[in-house]
Design a binder for this molecule. Structure first.
Ligand code: ATP
Ligand code: MG
Length: 442
């Protein structure tokens, strides 16, 4: 039963006139009395199969004719050149139905259900996510997703970063209490991690260059097009480094992801209507850097209601990035807008040494990072200034008592990067089982 031939293999000219057997699922099928045209799909694509009544066993012809969409089968036949499509097709000589579909409960993800969703998703498609995964749109997203994960690993491993894991149950917040998920923990309270960062900083003096790709959890109450409650977070931490060094890695990583997608997934990107030239531009050009103050001025000039000191939420990032032709870094946010671990700028401590990377076309933030407050004295000042309790961060403070060094890192939202590069309307479209405030099923 092991499969050693895929539908994509059958499209080559060398396969013409070969006798083959291939496993797959029925994508669609139509028949007149004497001939069946069936599109067979597998994970690599689809191919037309033609079965004629006069060359196929009578029972087999009847079986094939009644095979509903998503029935699994093994088709045997000869590969023929299909004059009209320019590709190949299979002239069927035998068929074996493996997993039949009950006619009383046909596959619910019909073409009309897909058309109603218009490229996006409806509650119906989300309820049937376990089946929706088989559609060509979702399969394409999952392949792009796999290449993005691979690119992140290859970027860091190529530079001798060590992959390092932090716990998911934690005691303290990284990104602020309002988005913490509380979990009962044997009579105490624990939280689900929002970021690997604090634990990575503890290992920084041991490993110096480290990274992870892991889920982070945030109780995002407002449902937006770019927030999930469980998302995949690629994070890095590096010793002996400042804000500019960290930014250089963020830029190089995003460019490497773009280059990898062009190499591995051009056909998939084109099938989604993405402009490959645009992605090439992202892969090949340095990303501009602007300071927070300049971004605020630009927004104010556009008539946006924003004051110095406000964080930039999505509505503002969207306006700011609508005309960008490249991702842009925004640096030097006001200290008041950022958590305690961001290092104040020694040149002007109203600001912190941080950066966000904003993706163009209105996608907005895909990376948040910066230099960390690394001396014991400075971290205690920042924690007290913020009114945070020292208790939950005791280990984090302790790390700074023994040979602290300048260091920094960033977090990249993997699902957001995929949504941007795939041109998805909504972050849900690029993750197999999306989690948001209303949905933990299926
Ligand atoms: P935002 O302001 O958009 O909520 P953030 O400032 O909370 O983002 P960070 O804490 O800097 O984000 O997290 C690092 C990266 O993780 C972000 O740049 C983003 O790409 C991603 N990210 C953060 N929250 C989410 C989420 N709820 N769903 C998906 N990705 C997220
Ligand atoms: Mg957030």
């Amino acid at each position: 039963m092991a499969k050693d031939l895929w539908i994509s293999d059958l499209q080559s000219g060398d396969m013409v006139e070969q006798e083959i057997s291939i496993q797959g699922w029925v994508k669609r099928s139509r028949s007149s009395g004497k001939i069946i045209f069936l599109s067979l799909r597998d994970s690599t694509g689809s191919i037309q199969c033609v079965a004629k009544k006069d060359t196929l066993d009578e029972q087999k012809f009847a079986d094939l004719k009644s095979a509903l969409i998503e029935s699994s089968l093994v088709i045997t036949g000869t590969v023929k050149e299909d004059q009209r499509s320019g590709g190949n097709e299979i002239s069927v000589s035998d068929v074996e139905i493996i997993g039949a579909v009950n006619p009383e409960a046909p596959f619910p993800i019909t073409e009309s259900a897909m058309a109603a969703a218009d490229g996006g998703e409806t509650e119906f498609l989300l309820d049937n996510r376990h089946l929706y995964l088989r559609t060509s749109r979702m399969t394409t997203m999952l392949k792009i997703r796999s290449s993005v994960f691979g690119a992140i690993h290859s970027y860091f491993r190529g530079l001798d970063f060590i992959e390092y894991q932090a716990p998911c149950f934690v005691a303290g917040a990284v990104e602020g209490g309002s988005t913490l998920f509380e979990v009962p923990y044997f009579g105490r309270k624990a939280y689900l991690t929002q970021s690997w960062q604090l634990y990575a900083e503890a290992a920084m003096p041991a490993l110096e260059r480290l990274y992870t790709i892991a889920p982070s959890f945030r109780a995002e109450k407002s449902r937006t097009r770019r927030h999930l409650t469980e998302f995949w977070h690629a994070e890095m931490e590096i010793a002996w480094a400042g804000n500019d060094d960290v930014m250089a890695h963020g830029e190089a990583l995003v460019r490497h992801i773009c280059a990898t997608l062009l190499e591995e997934r051009s056909a998939e990107l084109e099938s989604l209507g993405r402009d490959l030239e645009m992605i090439k531009r992202f892969a090949e050009n340095p990303f501009p850097r602007i300071r927070y103050d300049e971004a605020v001025e630009r927004l104010q000039a556009l008539g946006v209601d924003i004051e110095w000191g406000d964080d930039l939420d999505y509505s503002k990032e969207k306006i700011l990035t609508a005309d960008f032709d490249l991702p842009h870094f925004l640096t030097h946010y006001p200290k008041v807008a950022k958590p305690f671990y961001h290092r104040p700028d020694p040149e002007d401590d109203k600001y912190v040494l941080c950066h966000d990377l904003l993706a163009p076309e209105g996608y907005g933030e895909i990376i948040g990072g910066g230099e960390r407050t690394w001396s014991e004295q400075e971290i205690l000042e920042r924690i007290d200034e913020e009114g945070t309790s020292r208790e939950a961060y005791e280990f984090y403070i302790d790390v700074r008592r023994y040979g602290g060094v300048p260091h920094g890192g960033f977090g990249l939202g993997v699902d957001r990067v995929i949504a941007w590069l795939a041109g998805a309307e909504h972050i849900r479209e690029v993750i197999p089982f999306p989690r948001d405030s209303r949905r933990v099923t299926p």
